[in-house]
Design a protein around this ligand. Sequence first.
Ligand SMILES: CSC[C@@H](O)[C@@H](O)C(=O)COP(=O)(O)O
Length: 383
Amino acid sequence: MTSETPISSLSAIVYTRSPPSLKVLNQLLLPHKTIYETVSNIKEGYEQIKEMKVRGAPAIGIVAALTMAIDLLLQNSNKTNPIFKDQESLKRYIKTSLEYLKTSRPTAVNLFRASDILWNITEKETDINMIIEKIVKEAERMLIDDVQDNKNIGNFGAEFILKENQDKKIGVVTHCNTGSLATAGYGTALGIIRSLYFQNRLSNAYFTETRPYNQGARLTAYELIHDKIPSTLICDSMVSALLSLSENNIKAVIVGADRVASNGDTANKIGTYQLAITAEYHNIMFIVAAPSTSIDLNIKSGKEIIIEERAEDEVTYVTGIVKNYNDGELKSTKVRLPPEGVKVWNPSFDVTPAKLITAIITEKGVITKKDGTNEFNLFDFLK
Ligand SMILES: CSC[C@@H](O)[C@@H](O)C(=O)COP(=O)(O)O
């Protein structure tokens, strides 16, 4: 099994402590434009997440934490006229800021977990500078650890899939974007695909467009092409047809997660559930890849997960880039598909029942169901 694998240079988050700086890649403009936007306060961080300029469960948790850190670093830099007069006012400010950041998106648990970790640190400390230092250190730790966690997920996942498959090279299917852009680097489900590729065991990665937001067609395509990983774009409606053709040698459907309940039910990008159903029908393993920070032991099943509903125009319009033939300038354009007056339902996520999931791969290892049961015991695994 490989371990030292090159990391993609695609970075959704660029952070330095000195000078204090947080820049977030605007993923709405990808793949056509690479523009980093500066985040220097809580409101700017909130808007980056809300507007999905940064997205993907691990990435939004990390950006929320780094937003808190950068905001405090910048506010605290004026030593002659400190903004926080006493620890109580600082704590109140941190509490309000973290609660606000948590309202940016409802489904991915990483955002809530990151905020809760920062609040626990704050509650325990009494010295103003110590509170700020510990918050900054913890947010930096999240950024650093996520990359190694993803490499571990990649290697555990590749090993698990290959154990069942003697073929020299295998094909896989993935959904949404779970790569460097959705994390601090390397990726979760896409991390497994990277690991398979680096081990020279990947024949092809098929990836869906992922309507309506097209994270697959825009972002996964961008990453796979960037890293020269053999891959093919398909529409969401083509997966069953693909799995039915044995010549493609598809051995696994691999997806990420926004929240995994303690029984293993998994919320992920809308369309994931139907992939799990078709994988089961075609007797192909269905793998969920996620850091343990995506597991929510506070909820028993997927029924308790709040599913984000997004604006109608994400469904009624497609957004693309057109080139102005006079000056070559690239301009973002929205084109409407259905007639005015159409009714729209736009849930951003769905829940795949644990029953349909073969294994959950985390940075700590592979979790499978106990023989004869339809549920995972994530309590036991994580304790
Ligand atoms: C490693 S990312 C895992 C999930 O967050 C991903 O599959 C997903 O559903 C992203 O949704 P998004 O709406 O783009 O934030």
